[in-house]
Design a protein around this ligand. Structure first.
Ligand code: CTP
Ligand code: CA
Length: 233
């Protein structure tokens, strides 16, 4: 789509978007990470800026991506750094979108020196500790009228299908909108296309057709623009 054809329906709306995957160091050369490419978060930032929003992108680790035109980019690495940056930026934001893949756990200890093999065949055990849930913190401290958008990548299992898990997570997380992606079998991660559902706390469920990540971004911003109009935020 040509930028000129996009609505300017986010004019004056302050949005913060997190993107990419966090890295949790084990020692000076190793980390626990994940497969997030950052493409979906960057697409959200680019489209929001094109539609007139004031955009801050908190970017963790991503594949090589150009900075979205018109967005302020803050770079972070660990979940804790991401939390500090997002919380600072969220203070006067109208909308926060947590598209980042934030590590749930980190190594309990970060070795000061590179971990070496010993002479025998023994292997080290990595003990993990919980990271803060950034989105849960935002939900606890949200201002009236502030909109919070979460992401969930789910697979079906013996407890239910992707949609069941998404609906449960929407309730548990207390967000206004949840972008639900079906993952596995080459879907969602590291690819340019994305599909899923956009679940709203008011019960509206939009099916997101398979398409470019910029199209998923447009669906999210359509829903946000509608909510901003309704609440007069
Ligand atoms: N999230 C976060 N901080 C974390 C973990 C997740 O802010 N430490 C955010 C993600 O950015 C996403 C949402 O929470 O927007 C849901 O993440 P997800 O991993 O699907 O949910 P979890 O509550 O961590 O549940 P699960 O056990 O399924 O991983
Ligand atoms: Ca998680």
């Amino acid at each position: 789509a040509r930028p000129a054809a996009l609505p300017r329906d986010l004019e004056g709306v302050r949005v913060v978007i997190s993107a990419g995957g966090t890295r949790e160091p084990l020692d000076p050369v190793r980390f626990l990470g994940n497969r997030s490419s950052g493409k979906q978060g960057y697409a959200l930032a680019r489209v929001a800026a094109q539609r007139g929003a004031e955009v801050t992108l908190v970017a963790a680790h991503t594949v090589a991506l150009p900075d979205p035109a018109g967005a302020t980019v803050v770079r972070v690495s660990t979940a804790e750094e991401l939390r500090v940056a997002v919380e600072a930026e969220a203070d006067d934001a109208d909308v926060v979108v947590m598209a980042a893949a934030v590590a749930d756990f980190r190594p309990a200890e970060r070795a000061e020196h590179k971990i070496k093999k010993s002479d025998d065949t023994s292997v080290p055990t990595v003990e993990l500790t919980r990271n803060p849930d950034v989105l849960a913190g935002l939900v606890r401290t949200r201002r009236p009228g502030q909109l919070l958008v979460g992401f969930a990548a789910e697979t079906g299992d013996e407890h239910g299908g992707v949609l069941d898990h998404g609906r449960a997570k929407l309730k548990r997380k207390g967000v206004d909108l949840l972008v639900l992606n079906a993952v596995g079998e080459g879907r969602a991660f590291e690819v340019d296309d994305n599909t899923g559902w956009l679940l709203s706390s008011d019960g509206v469920e939009r099916r997101i057709p398979l398409g470019a990540k910029s199209e998923l971004a447009a669906t999210v911003w359509d829903a946000v623009a509608e909510l901003v109009r309704d609440t007069g935020a």
